[in-house]
Design a protein around this ligand. Structure first.
Ligand code: GLC
Length: 767
């Protein structure tokens, strides 16, 4: 067998006759913890391109290389790779333990059926997807049996993905999103996952935008695999001492969620559609009337003129600008939807400009490609071109000038009503023409980039973008929501693993449609939903046309009271949530965390689907089943303060918790110090000038001098919550600690003093 090896300081290149054509396999030490394994076709001047990674880390790791006649060994300071002649790679840690090893693929994906049998299956309505067998590259790795799998964005199913298989192909399918087999693909493609077993954690990021397949011990309990249908094999092995370190390393490559505007953490109300200015004004008034904090109202597609993007209906919204100004007086912002499909209509400026400048996707013969979306006959901007992204970004001016504060990108898989876009549709790029097959999974990502940059250049504020479709790395530009869920209990349960896996996939600013989008919610379901999502970063109630109204006051008094209670709870803790955003922007560690992220060696939490942590101080264990008022809660070791009763509870065990409909089980880690707001109607800056620091000693006492653990401290971040001045130092850092010898207990130190609008008051409460 041919096996030719070349190596330099940080890279090994191998040629062997297993590789197609004249390709070679490259193994690069990106850092000592991040190893890139990729094929390079034997094409002159071939340059690989990543849509996810904009800047490679500046300090490449380096290899220590040795070889014998069976294998070549390449070691960094953290990991050692043994590359065999068959191209199988074993990876060891510093202690010499095997972390991950390739095996020859022996999986049998499905029964070997005859064509007749497959036809019969399809006739009865079964799924017979034979495309799974057509891979260009497939990597199969050994399972020891103890692994759990996290990540892959917001796929269906549970926190642990072991035993399931998934597809990356951004898909808009409004049927109820359930576990396999129907929903192996959803709207997003985030081909990154974390493998965790006792004392061993690593991640794999498969940077390939074509349709790809992931099988986590589904077809063979002894192995897992990932495979691409086209393009190059290009994956990163990402090592870390912990789940957090793997996420930190992954986001050092693909980028981190930047600090948001403060108001975006507030409550958002949406419906498909609030379709007149009057309806929106009445809605805003209702929030005041019912004393429910609100920061944003979303305008769905009916605010537009015939669904034409970057227009508004002059009949129903005679002046968007005066509407937004009016709402702003009550501290409420408008967010509007924008879809990528441009109505094909002569005389419509977006269509004319796009046609004149060749901005739209074409067929192979160069004809503009048409399909149908909400506006009917539509064409699709080629976001692959930087000129098109610039053009689209400039159009955000139409919305900014009308007072719109954020943009919600939808249907950007791209969705289409007249069948899927064929694989060979051409999207011109800067240096090459891309086929739809290659860029389908990054279409939403590129649209988000265009929107983010447009909003940034034109508004000078931190852009607020929401997207339905995205790819790895989209966190630099956008927040995400999980698309069209339904008002069913199964989807309330699904919300927790979806948000947790999004966070572990680098997309921490996420949310689901609270109450459920499709079908009719019930008072009980809505109440449990607002409780379960009460710390959700994207905190939005949204519902579909033809479903019952879902605003909190359209049910009964007790539903309204429960809803208000949990929206207010969310607002109370926004200073803490904002601190977690600050942490995310520096480390990539998400705000919402599965328990396993903080208690890695606790076996009881590795597959915990129905509890989550907010930072490391708050544990939420919502009720997600109907008719249930008692649930078991697992509390990891330590002392936990029952937020509802103040009782101290010893962890490291399961407890039974009584949670009638108005109670969400919430626990605060003993010893926590948490910054909170007093009761405020919204996040208008004038309402955020007072802070209340809550201290939760492990042992209860009103007098901090009586508390045993009072040596801890908490760092709090403060800035103007709006623009980029923090990047030039306009922010404050406060250090809060409680001391037994001080009256009131609180000690406040300003450890960084860059923002002049200090709090008007900082008070303390011991809870
Ligand atoms: C899609 C979106 C949904 C939106 C609707 C109309 O179904 O996922 O959120 O309301 O389109 O724009």
């Amino acid at each position: 067998m041919k096996f030719k090896v070349k190596h330099q300081n940080s890279s090994v290149t191998i040629k062997n006759d297993k590789l197609p054509g004249n390709s070679s396999l490259h193994i690069d030490a990106i850092t000592d913890n991040i190893i890139r394994i990729h094929t390079v076709p034997g094409i002159e001047d071939y340059k690989s391109h990543s849509f996810a990674i904009e800047n490679m880390p500046e300090t490449p790791g380096s290899f220590n290389i040795s070889s014998n006649k069976h294998a070549i060994t390449a070691a960094t300071n953290c990991v050692t790779l043994k590359i065999k002649k068959s191209l199988q790679i074993d990876i060891y840690n510093k202690k010499g333990s095997l972390v991950c090893s390739d095996i020859e693929d022996n999986t049998n994906i499905a029964d070997n059926l005859s064509e007749e049998e497959i036809t019969q299956l399809i006739q009865e309505g079964h799924i017979a997807d034979t495309s799974d067998m057509q891979f260009k590259y497939k990597i199969t790795k050994k399972l020891t049996g103890n692994e759990v799998f996290y990540g892959l964005g917001d796929k269906t199913g549970f926190l642990d993905k072991k035993g399931y298989n998934y597809i990356m192909w951004n898909s808009d399918n409004p049927d109820p999103h359930v576990e396999n087999p129907t929903f192996r693909a959803l709207y997003k493609s985030v081909p990154f996952f974390i493998v965790h077993r006792p004392n061993c954690t690593y991640g794999i990021f498969l940077d390939n935008t074509y349709k790809s397949y992931f099988d986590f011990g589904c077809s063979d309990a002894g192995s897992y695999s990932f495979a691409v249908t086209d393009g190059e094999l290009d994956y990163y092995f990402i090592y870390g001492q912990s789940i957090k370190e793997v996420i930190r390393n992954y986001t050092s490559l693909t980028g981190r969620s930047p600090l948001p505007q403060l108001w975006t953490l507030g409550y958002h109300q949406s419906r498909w559609s609030y379709s007149s200015a009057n309806e929106v004004t009445e809605l805003a008034d209702s929030f005041k009337k019912y004393n429910i904090p609100c920061d944003a109202i979303h305008l769905d597609i009916d605010y537009m003129d015939k669904y034409k993007v970057f227009t508004s209906s002059s009949g129903r919204f005679p002046s968007l600008n005066s509407l937004s100004n009016k709402l702003l007086q009550d501290g409420i912002k408008l967010v509007s939807i924008i879809d990528p499909g441009v109505k094909a209509e002569d005389g419509y400026y977006m269509y004319d400009e796009g046609i004149n400048n060749n901005y739209f996707a074409t067929t192979e013969d160069g004809e503009i490609y048409h399909n149908a979306v909400w506006p009917g006959d539509s064409v699709f901007p080629a976001f692959t071109s930087s000129q098109v992204r610039q053009w689209w970004g400039e159009k955000t001016n139409f919305l900014i000038n009308n007072g719109i504060a954020g943009i919600w990108n939808d249907m950007n898989e791209p969705a289409s009503f007249n069948g899927p876009l064929p694989d060979n549709i051409i999207f011109p790029g800067d240096n090459k023409n891309y086929t739809h097959k290659e860029i389908h999974n990054v279409y939403g990502h590129l649209m988000a980039e265009a929107t983010y940059n447009g909003l940034k250049e034109n508004s000078h504020k931190r852009p607020f973008v929401i997207t339905r479709a995205c790819y790895s790395g989209s966190q630099k530009y956008t927040t995400v929501w999980t698309g069209d869920n339904q008002s069913i209990w199964a989807h309330l349960k699904l919300a927790i693993p979806q948000m947790l896996n999004l966070g572990m996939s680098g997309l921490p600013f996420c949310g689901v449609d609270i109450g459920g989008f499709g079908s009719n919610t019930t008072p009980e379901l809505l109440s449990r939903w607002i409780e379960a999502c009460c710390f959700s970063p994207l905190f939005r109630n949204h519902s579909a046309k033809m479903t019952r109204r879902q605003e909190p006051w359209t049910f009964n008094k007790s539903t309204l009271d429960i809803y208000r209670k949990y929206v207010k709870l969310h607002y109370k803790f926004i200073p803490y949530l904002y601190d977690l955003c600050y942490e995310e922007s520096l480390t990539g560690i998400p705000m919402l965390r599965p328990l396993v992220m903080e208690y890695e060696n606790d076996k009881n939490v590795q597959t915990c689907n129905d509890e989550y942590l907010v930072g490391n101080s708050i544990l939420v264990a919502p009720v997600t089943s109907p008719g249930v008022s008692v649930r078991s809660v697992y509390l990891p070791k330590g002392i936990w303060v029952d937020y509802n009763s103040g009782k101290r509870i010893k962890g490291g065990r399961y407890i039974l918790y009584h949670a009638p409909l108005d109670v969400c089980p919430i626990f605060i880690k003993g010893g926590s110090i948490l910054p909170t707001y007093p009761d405020i109607p919204n996040l208008d800056m004038k309402n955020t000038r007072r802070l209340v620091i809550e201290f939760y000693p492990s042992e209860y006492s009103q007098d901090p001098s009586q508390c045993t653990n009072n040596s801890c401290y908490y760092m709090h971040y403060q800035d103007n919550g709006t623009d980029f001045k923090y990047q030039t130092g306009e922010y404050n850092l406060y250090k809060f600690s409680f001391s037994p010898n001080r009256p009131g207990g609180l000690k406040t130190e300003l450890t960084r003093n860059g923002y002049k609008e200090k709090y008007k008051s900082i008070s303390a409460v011991t809870r």
